[in-house]
Write a protein that binds this ligand. Structure first.
Ligand SMILES: Cc1cc2nc3c(=O)[nH]c(=O)nc-3n(C[C@H](O)[C@H](O)[C@H](O)COP(=O)(O)OP(=O)(O)OC[C@H]3O[C@@H](n4cnc5c(N)ncnc54)[C@H](O)[C@@H]3O)c2cc1C
Length: 478
């Protein structure tokens, strides 16, 4: 690693503070809403260097490193980028992150590294997220990405679930010389990176390129295979796998117990996003064809998934797209930046609105949502003020398509078919936060399947920690 000359930095900190913020350029809303292409234009090398030069190299430990769940050495990366050594910066990121090209695009940077940047006090942080994506892409375009494969150990590990957690675990294990096979229920690997997060936030080509790195390193992918149904965890041990990492996410959409929820035109978020975004040949059985969308779309929910559904509906040609949320914007869990982009593209928000019934039209499809006005009460167990529906305040919102973006539950299949595997809260797997070890010997677990719905970066960190623990477990077994 290239040492940062501290005297030089001490001299020029003031000068660095004067460099104006370099912002990633978004495509104009009226242009980007016509396709599913990326929202942001790539940085140029000159923009990247200037953006990195704005880093004032805070004393160690820098707040951006502390805020990064995978502890990327951001200040050193900024220094290398400033010098124009983009390849060295990319390699530095790859030491602590298995998915820098992906985290650089989808991490909620405003809440993590960029949010903690001291320059954010004036609302002008160093754009660490875009710079991470820039160098990772640069490396792929100039010289390529190779995974160093470890000396073969002869040990076989099975990973169940090819989302960011499973992929990261595979990336770490193959570098330690283990033979890795990843099973996934979907037709293609990627988890929510492919079957969830829309292309305008994360292009599938970026995910597929990373998966191809793993394939070239020897990781085997077996898709269209649901563990717990097509074969069990015990079957995998019987086939000779010596350790397993379970990273099956939380793939069950929460729903609403209200009349009309099964009407044609009412979609669950996952099905809607998959059918809107995934290549037709990779769509799972039962989810074929693009979703039929009307002119007026209502999206129910307040998280990131709701923003993704609003923006996807606009891209599919809906004229009026409205988010219905039962609290106020202050309580919304989703990333505010995504809401800003959704608003720019034409989405509207209706707060303090609790849907209570979906009403059908003459054609039998949904035509309106009956709602109650809410007011806020005392905070509930989540710490957010509770929405209280006001009796008699009924009103209707016209909608010929409704998308339920209400959160996710774990799938209980693995828990129910694996003796000795402890679960909690309707199927979340109990595991050690430092190692991923579960109550069943040889079975490790992590990502959303353990924590509940969270982030790509936290799922990745869990996969990396589990890989280190599995490596130790296998070494002891020998
Ligand atoms: C619409 C949406 C948008 C999001 N946007 C962002 C974002 O912008 N930034 C961010 O950081 N996070 C975002 N998230 C959250 C993030 O995607 C997840 O936290 C992350 O993908 C979890 O990773 P994972 O590997 O634990 O699980 P997943 O990505 O869910 O992958 C689990 C995999 O396991 C497979 N599987 C399930 N059961 C079985 C089984 N029994 N046998 C075999 N395979 C099985 C599934 O097919 C899937 O491929 C978003 C989530 C959603 C739903």
């Amino acid at each position: 690693m290239q040492a940062i000359p501290s005297e030089e930095l001490a001299i020029d900190r003031k000068a660095r503070m004067k460099i104006p913020m370099v912002k990633p350029k978004a495509r104009p809303p009226e242009e980007r809403v016509c396709d599913f292409g990326p929202t942001y234009l790539p940085l140029t090398p000159e923009e990247a260097k200037l953006a990195a030069e704005r880093c004032i190299h805070c004393p160690d430990p820098a707040p951006c490193v502390k805020a990064c769940p995978t502890s990327n050495d951001i200040p050193s990366a900024m220094w290398l980028i400033e010098q124009g050594d983009f390849l060295a910066a990319a390699r530095l990121y790859r030491q602590s992150s298995s998915l820098p090209e992906i985290c650089g695009r989808v991490c909620p940077h405003d809440a993590l590294c960029q949010g903690s940047c001291v320059r954010n006090k004036r609302g002008e942080p160093v754009i660490t997220g875009a710079l991470e994506a820039f160098v990772a892409d640069y490396e792929r375009e100039h010289g390529g990405v190779e995974l160093p494969v470890g000396e073969p150990t002869g040990k076989r590990v099975a990973i169940v679930g090819a989302g960011p957690s499973g992929l990261s675990c595979a990336e770490q294990l193959v570098q330690r010389g283990h033979s890795v096979t990843v099973f996934d229920a979907h037709p293609a690997p990627g988890g929510l990176l492919v079957y969830g997060i829309p292309n305008f936030k994360l292009e599938k080509t970026v995910v597929n390129a990373r998966i191809d790195d793993l394939r070239r390193a020897g990781v085997q992918f077996i898709t269209n295979t649901r563990i717990g149904k097509d074969k069990t965890i015990d079957d995998l041990f019987a086939e000779g796998f010596e350790a397993l990492y379970v990273a099956v996410g939380t793939g069950v959409d929460a729903t609403m117990d209200v009349p009309g929820v099964d009407l044609p035109g009412v979609y669950k978020a996952t099905e809607f996003l998959i059918r809107a975004n995934v290549d037709p040949e990779l769509l799972p059985p039962g989810m074929q064809g693009r979703p039929e969308i009307g002119k007026r779309v209502a999206v129910i929910g307040g998280g990131d998934t709701a923003s993704d559904c609003l923006r996807s509906a606009l891209r599919l040609g809906a004229e009026e797209v409205t988010c219905l949320y039962r609290r106020t914007e202050a309580e919304m869990p989703g990333n505010p930046h995504d809401r800003e982009l959704a608003r720019e593209e034409g989405a509207r928000y209706r707060f303090l609105t609790q849907p209570i019934r979906f009403i059908d039209g003459p054609d039998g499809r949904v035509s309106a949502v009956e709602c109650l006005q809410c007011e806020l009460g005392e905070p509930d167990e989540s710490g957010r003020r509770r929405p209280i529906p006001i009796e008699g305040s009924n009103f209707t919102v016209p909608a010929d398509t409704v998308i339920l973006a209400l959160g996710y539950w774990p799938d209980e299949t693995i828990g129910k078919t694996t003796p000795g595997l402890e679960t909690r809260k309707w199927g979340l797997i109990v595991s050690d936060p430092d190692t991923g070890a579960t109550t069943r010997e040889g079975v490790f677990a992590g990502g959303d399947a353990v924590t509940g719905p969270d982030l790509v970066v936290t799922a990745m960190v869990a996969g990396r920690k589990a890989a280190a623990a599995i490596d130790q477990y296998l070494a002891k077994k020998k």
